[in-house]
Design a protein around this ligand. Structure first.
Ligand code: GAL
Length: 851
């Protein structure tokens, strides 16, 4: 139904709104919505290998055999839960693709390219008449899905969600069989991409009249008197009821309830909705303004004259809303209730934040109307131990690590993120550049782009869309400009609040995409040329979409081509970018119009082992290593990206054999002055320039290297020391949290370290550590951040777990089961005293799931 057909809804007056709120709250709380949103992650059977020659034959329905059919016997297959990535279990192979982490998958490895998944699920007789939807949050890569032998979808590409209404082919009151073939034989990127159903799968049951998939969009616009909340609701009518009101019956309508961050309902009202039996989709627009904001009423009236001009708010909230920001990520909740014929037929919760974002050609990025420096990083999706099958709670761990550094923004290079990642960013406070895999204006690409924007547009963390990255072959052409215009125009139709960018690697060039893109992205090449670009195009906002690519290995202080280490002194850079973090950030920080930057990269990631290649199996671009252990550069950014005093020294102080030799000591700090001492003897006090670092040449002697940091008044505000340790004698195990949820999904991330007799962490320990677990938990992966470690991330069911320390550290991830209690992890090693650490798994309500 077009907006012009819709019945005009008169403005709701405040008193009426308040009365409505009370009345509807009472009514709605008693109701029970028929929508069920169920996880399908559990109890899949899995087989690696395309061993069923006719099974994927698409020539005739019903002719395919093997796993596709309901009668197939999969009892000999393995058992897995989702998310699942089979590539992370394959041993490294030097003949594999280096950019895919030398895993034997893709071209040349047909045995490992295809995975089959099967599972069954029951529907009840009461499900007859409901709509049944199947949603995959993402699978790598080309996927074919059959339900009860019927082909239901065949999407290509490894990063987008896909969804099908499978109502017609299910058996209500019976058993249903889901068969999925995932073909990972083609690469889509130049980084580790994984393989399999690596994100969640869902089954939704709804009434025939229900909120459409991604059918609620809530956003805010900010006016001088305060924000206005806009709600767009799309209702889908799949009933074949030809009655005049298109399935809504005589008393259909949509109720909106808004809850503030404390859980208090601050607005509630119903709007009737009139359907049309000739159409199956209804749209409803709602606006909620501020009550008692005289200035607001006045300015709106005076401003555009739209108050009372068909634009008046439909409801009000009474208090000035709390604004969302990375520092104070306060979330509101919208509850949407749909009624038809007086019955509640659907209910959905949407979390949202009240905030504004924008990019300005002079002032750069604006959050809630003020300049806000983007202190960002680019990240890929993978993590040691789990590959791309990252549990939702691990997404929170990753975001927390970056926040510790003062990072406030992440670019999801180079693909749409997992929904759980965006939830973590909303809740913990992290802005997001939400990137599409490839630019394009063909039907398939635009459908994916449309899906991505609709799926992610309610997240307050998402600040900007990116249409893609570094398409050097086409970006500068007139066609590049056309495609960017088309993708940008689609965003404007779907999301009137966020701008669009493109990660452009071409310096001072105003051709093709750069000439039409709303916010000019800079991948590298910031230099006098970028100043000239800004002078030449003073009205185009800009952002540093990607900078850095400085390489280093955590805890190693010399380049070593044999082991594959690159010095952590932050002195190795690829040549097309400023040579270190200090030069880079100083350049960006002095130019507010650049909006800040996204450093390549937040964490090391699988693949792209530049510049060394084998034995490196991962990249070394990270500010943190693959496990999230900080490299030294972390403290450079921490010094200038947040305000607490920071004082960090490098290198470590275990250099037997180098006595009397000059060693370069560097301090990362935001103190005004730093004084360095070796064994109590001052090595000199130096002034720190803003966005800078300090260095001393020191003749090595074992003992204690220490430093004091002073403020402008000469008061000591920070102290640190690095000591020469003895040999490792004991293990230390530290979980990131002492209590996790017993939901079968939550994880505890343990740091494993080796200590000397005085309890000091030994930075050069490389001991092999064995792990044993007792109680309600499951080890799901190990890592150590060594870019050249070829030990397995996972072991076969029942096999012992182990991992060597790399430069003193390793990581092990333990997942809860659905049983509450306590699990105990023990770490042991030859010659070291073992360590045991316990984690409580607390009772909780796991997310609703089909068994
Ligand atoms: C960029 C690219 C990234 C990564 C990086 C390494 O050009 O966008 O994906 O490859 O180089 O320096």
């Amino acid at each position: 139904m077009s907006a012009s057909n819709m019945k005009r809804i008169p403005p709701v007056r405040p008193l009426f709104a308040a009365v409505c709120a009370v009345f509807l709250a009472a009514q709605v709380l008693a109701a029970d919505s028929p929508r069920e949103h169920l996880s399908l992650d559990l109890n899949w059977k899995f087989h690696l290998g395309d061993d069923f020659p006719n099974a994927s034959d698409l020539s005739h329905l019903g002719t395919s055999t093997g796993p596709v059919t309901e009668r197939f016997d999969d009892s000999a297959w393995g058992s897995v839960n989702l998310p699942h990535d089979w590539a992370i279990e394959l041993p490294y192979d030097r003949t594999g693709d280096k950019d895919h982490s030398y895993r034997p998958i893709g071209p040349g490895f047909p045995k490992n390219d295809v995975g089959w998944y099967r599972r069954t699920f029951e529907l009840t007789a009461a499900d007859a008449g409901k709509r049944i939807w199947l949603t995959f949050d993402g699978a790598y890569r080309d996927t074919t899905v059959w339900v009860n032998g019927w082909l239901v979808c065949h999407p290509m590409g490894g990063y987008n969600p896909f969804r099908e209404d499978i109502t017609d082919v299910v058996h209500p009151g019976g058993r249903n069989t889901l068969a999925v073939r995932v073909d990972a034989s083609k690469f889509e990127g130049w980084f580790y991409e994984g393989a399999g159903i690596y994100r969640h799968v869902w089954l939704d049951k709804t009434a025939p009249v229900a909120i459409a998939p991604d059918g609620v969009f809530v956003y805010t616009k900010h006016f001088s008197g305060g924000p206005v909340i806009f709600i767009q609701t799309t209702i889908q009518n799949s009933s074949d009821d030809p009655s005049s009101n298109g399935g809504f019956g005589s008393s259909g309508g949509v109720t909106h309830q808004i809850y503030d961050p404390d859980g208090k309902m601050v607005a509630s009202f119903m709007q009737p909705m009139v359907g049309d039996s000739r159409t199956s989709t209804f749209h409803q627009d709602t606006k909620i303004g501020l009550l008692n904001q005289r200035e607001f009423d006045f300015s709106i009236c005076m401003g555009g004259g739209f108050w009372g001009g068909g634009w008046a708010p439909n409801g009000f909230i009474t208090n000035m809303p709390v604004l969302w920001s990375p520092e104070d990520p306060k979330l509101y909740k919208l509850v949407t209730l749909v009624r038809a014929d007086g019955q509640l037929v659907d209910q959905k919760e949407t979390s949202f934040g009240i905030r504004s974002v924008g990019f300005d050609a002079t002032n750069g990025f604006l959050l809630n109307g003020k300049h806000y420096e983007l202190q960002g990083v680019c990240i890929h999706q993978d993590w040691p131990g789990v590959g791309v099958a990252v549990p939702d709670s691990l997404q929170y761990f990753r975001v927390r690590r970056l926040k510790e550094m003062g990072c406030n923004a992440i670019r999801t290079a180079h693909n749409p993120p997992a929904p759980g990642f965006l939830d973590a960013c909303d809740q913990l406070g992290m802005l997001v550049m939400d990137e599409h895999r490839l630019p394009g204006a063909d039907t398939e690409t635009l459908r994916k782009w449309d899906d991505q924007v609709r799926r992610d547009r309610n997240h307050p963390s998402v600040a900007i869309w990116s249409i893609g990255n570094e398409e050097r072959g086409v970006q500068d052409t007139p066609q590049g400009a056309n495609v960017a215009r088309t993708m940008q125009a689609l965003v404007k139709r779907l999301d009137p609040t966020r701008p669009v960018t493109y990660a452009a690697p071409n310096g001072n060039t105003f051709r093709g995409i750069n000439s039409v893109i709303e916010v000019r992205g800079w991948n590298y090449f910031i230099d006098p040329g970028s100043d000239q670009y800004h002078a030449d195009h003073p009205n185009q906002p800009e952002v540093c979409t990607e900078q850095g690519s400085i390489v280093s290995t955590r805890g190693s202080y010399a380049n070593d081509w044999q082991h594959g280490d690159i010095s952590a002194y932050d002195t190795n850079w690829p040549g097309w970018t400023p040579p270190n973090a200090q030069t880079l950030w100083s350049f960006v920080a002095e130019r507010p119009w650049l909006s800040g930057m996204f450093v390549w990269s937040g964490f090391d990631y699988g693949g792209e082992p530049s510049p060394m290649g084998w034995p490196n199996i991962s990249s070394q671009f990270g500010i943190l290593d693959r496990c999230g252990f900080p490299k030294d550069a972390f403290y450079y950014y921490q010094s200038w990206w947040q305000t607490n005093p920071v004082l960090h020294l490098l290198p470590h102080w275990n250099w037997p054999g180098k006595e009397g030799q000059d060693l370069r000591v560097v301090a990362y700090s935001n103190c005004k002055q730093v004084e360095l001492f070796l064994n109590g003897v001052s090595q000199g006090r130096q002034e720190m320039k803003r966005n800078s670092d300090l260095a001393w040449q020191v003749k090595y002697a074992p003992g204690t290297l220490s430093a004091k940091g002073f403020d402008a008044a000469g008061k000591i505000i920070a102290e640190t020391k690095v000591e020469t340790t003895g040999d490792a004698t004991q293990i230390q195990l530290t979980p990131d949290r002492k209590t996790i949820n017993a939901d079968g999904e939550d994880v505890a991330v343990f740091t494993v370290a080796a200590l000397d007799t005085q309890g000091r962490a030994v930075p050069v320990a490389q001991n092999q550590i064995k792990f044993a677990l007792e109680g309600p938990g499951k080890i799901i992966g190990v890592g150590n951040g060594d870019p050249s470690c070829h030990e397995p991330d996972k072991v076969a069911e029942g096999a012992p777990w182990s991992r060597s320390l790399f430069n003193g550290l390793a990581q092990i991830i333990v997942q809860s089961t659905r049983n509450s209690g306590e699990f105990k992890l023990t770490a042991s090693a030859d010659g070291l005293a073992p360590a045991t650490a316990a984690v409580q798994t607390q009772p909780c309500t796991p997310r609703p799931a089909l068994p």
